[in-house]
Design a protein around this ligand. Structure first.
Ligand code: CS2
Length: 456
């Protein structure tokens, strides 16, 4: 039905087209519902256009370009849906178009590069330096960013900020280490310039945004009267906490509710442990018990208990009344229970070797340092280990090592999997046996009688 509708087009642009001052790497659903939404709602939005480059899905650029960068944000709550056209993305580009990226990063009016490149993309890309040295274009986001920064240095275009919006603790410094690691090997002068001119901002980002489905596109067609293949469905809740310098300026994101703080670590930990940690537990425990969405898994008392136990453990290491942990937990239960958002567990389950390092390991370590077992954090690892045993081929940056671990059995297998998260913990017999025992105990529990909730 939507095929017959006119496409969303420039006539729907909420205001004039802003000049490109933000370059973004990782044009996905989350970028559209979060950074693009915040930029549209900044008081000075008219001065801040985003040029967004695709990462893993080059076709997203074609779709958006055909719509003049416009897309619909569908905010979905129990009360219903609301629809808004967002126009802050003024240029959508295939990530392989490195020439355009370099040109924009080197442009003096560009004030920042924002990143949603996934947690796994901050690791070293083996080919980056050889490609740069031989004058070829790198293929990883950070390698391409280094090439852009080299051009900015040559153009004498001044300082800028790199703003990581991925779910990594201390993501600004992780981005800095990644960029400088490549730059130092490529060109020492460039590395020194980056150190002096590029600020790396850390942020904690939050807005649950599942992958858009054909039904979502059809709904937008029906309600809005146009076809929008780049629509995103998201929850009403959003949060953005930032810490760091913007030497070339930034939009007034605070008008849209963003918060600027000096010390971001407590906020990052709250988000990564309570929200993302719970997500990972639900992803593995939930799928093992036959559920497919977050809301369904949460309605299963066994999964809910695993989450609550983990929250109790993690909360012991989240100090400060300003964090409002009881309210935050309460709000999470409501957000996860929003059954109108079909957030698929399979989408969350990927890239575990990177995610669990941030979501389970710090709590497990902190608990053990406090003289306790860290059982609930260990259970997160146990359900992942159980899940990958029967779901070989799960997307992961260390998939081949997961596969090798799976050739082993019993405690050896668990130790090999834990070593992908934390080498030290994998050598602690008590930890490995605990995880092994928790995995067996989980598997021995009765399956739910009926799956509650409706995935659509
Ligand atoms: C999820 C996150 O896929 C995942 O790993 O935990 O994408 C989560 O939905 C977002 O961080 C919510 O802000």
């Amino acid at each position: 039905m939507t095929a017959a509708l006119p496409r969303l087009n420039r006539a729907s642009r909420p205001a004039g087209k802003a000049p490109v001052r933000i370059v973004h790497l990782g044009l996905g659903a989350f970028h559209r519902s979060h950074q693009a939404w915040y930029t549209q709602h900044a008081g000075d939005a008219g001065e801040w256009g985003i040029a967004s480059f695709t990462g893993r899905r080059p076709d997203a650029a074609d779709v958006l370009a055909a719509q003049d960068g416009l897309f619909t944000v569908v905010e979905r709550s129990d009360a219903g849906d609301s629809f808004e056209v967002v126009g802050s993305i003024v240029e959508a580009v295939d990530g392989a178009n490195v020439g355009r990226l370099v040109e924009l990063v080197a442009a003096p009016q560009t004030a920042m590069v924002t990143l949603t490149i996934t947690e796994a993309a901050y690791g070293p890309g083996a080919d980056d330096v050889p490609l740069l040295v031989s004058g070829q274009e790198p293929t990883t986001p950070l390698g391409r960013l280094v090439l852009g920064l080299a051009a900015r240095k040559d153009a004498d275009a001044g300082p800028l900020a790199v703003v990581s919006c991925d779910n990594l603790s201390d993501n600004g410094n992780v981005a800095r280490d990644g960029v400088l690691g490549i730059a130092r090997e490529f060109d020492g002068g460039l590395a020194a310039w980056i150190e002096a001119n590029v600020s790396f901002v850390s942020t904690s980002v939050d807005r649950i945004t599942p992958r858009t489905t054909a039904d979502d596109v059809a709904l937008v067609g029906e309600k809005c009267g146009y076809r929008d293949d780049a629509a995103v469905v998201t929850e009403p809740f959003r949060n953005w906490v930032l810490s760091g310098e913007f030497p070339a300026g930034r939009p007034r994101w605070e008008d849209a509710g963003a918060v600027f703080v000096d010390d971001i670590e407590p906020y990052e930990n709250r988000k990564l442990w309570l929200l993302n940690g719970a997500h990972s537990i639900l992803a593995y425990a939930g799928q093992l018990r036959g559920h497919s969405t977050v809301a369904e898994a949460l309605a299963d008392p066994v999964c809910l208990q695993a989450v609550e136990d983990f929250w109790d453990e993690a909360s012991r290491h989240l100090d400060g009344d300003e964090l409002g942990i009881p309210d935050y937990r309460e709000a999470l239960l409501e957000r996860f229970g929003n059954s109108r958002i079909a957030h698929h567990l399979a989408q969350i389950a990927v890239d575990a070797s990177t995610k669990l390092r941030m979501r389970a390991v710090p709590v497990l370590r902190a608990e053990r340092e406090a003289g306790r077992t860290g059982e609930a954090a260990a259970r997160m690892i146990a359900v992942w280990a159980a899940y990958v045993e029967t779901n070989a081929g799960l997307q992961d940056p260390r998939a081949s090592e997961v596969e090798q671990a799976n050739q082993l059995s019993g405690l050896d297998r668990i130790a090999a999997l834990v070593s992908l998260l934390d080498a030290g913990l994998s050598r602690e017999f008590a930890v490995v046996t605990l995880i092994h025992r928790l995995g067996q105990a989980f598997a021995a529990q009765a399956q739910p009688v009926a799956v509650s909730g409706n995935p659509t």
